[in-house]
Design a protein around this ligand. Sequence first.
Ligand code: AMP
Ligand code: MG
Length: 277
Amino acid sequence: MNYSQHFLVKHGSRVKLNAIDPDFKDKHETKKDALKIIERNNSWLRELQELLYAENKRSLLICLQAIDSGGKDGTIRHVLGAMNPQGCKVASFRQPTSLKRDHDFLWRAHRDVPAKGEVTIFNRSHYEDVLVVRIHDLVLKPVWSKHYDQINDFEQCLSENGTHIIKFFLHISKDEQLKRFEERLDDPTKHWKINESDYTERERWNEYMAAFEDMLSKCSTEYAPWFVIPANHKWFRDLAVSQIMVEYLEGLHMKFPPPSVDIDQICKKYHAVKKGT
Ligand code: AMP
Ligand code: MG
């Protein structure tokens, strides 16, 4: 199965999340089956990222969105953590500080976009401005409803200037979320992750799903596609994300740049130095 096609939100299509099975795991029965493939994908990913870095011609922006406990942190650890930290960074979108609030909503996203040769992962992203902001009426509808077009224009501008954009929505079920809340309660090393708002936001599950559907339907473009990843099985999520990343980066047909020096001349110098030592 070609995951880049299968999980892609086609431009202009209307997403219905309850028609997408969050338990989907393709032909893989167990985590053990998948781990080998994930490991192979991850080592490819490392090599492809090295090419991107060496080429220094373009950059890669990855956006991760999901409901609380949807698996953003785990995806970063298991898949994107495979990349070389030199040339890769994560930007997390928390509640904006007053400095950020004093600017337009895209300012903080723009500040953190990757430079040429670099990869940046947005853990949450500028899409919070059509999610939490919409659901909690943090700005009025006439304001947030314009954000979709503004985001598309922003992403198009980045794309036309050499930034490749891939966006993953991690899709879990309401039951799975409760299971993850329970696991957090049972594990003292995860207590720091628990937030009262997790439970209050859960009450707004349907509103979140409607906002996610609008985000996916209005903002999946050729230059910045959304992928909906079935994410109840963490290992399947990692498999699908790593697979799509590899397929995307391979499609760029990147090449190591030619040497900036005359290698024959350098070779001669090297041998002369070696002889002299
Ligand atoms: P976490 O990812 O668990 O650290 O939580 C970050 C919190 O910040 C989430 O509840 C987000 O919804 C919230 N957040 C992120 N961006 C914004 C924004 N633009 N306005 C309001 N809240 C936001
Ligand atoms: Mg949280």
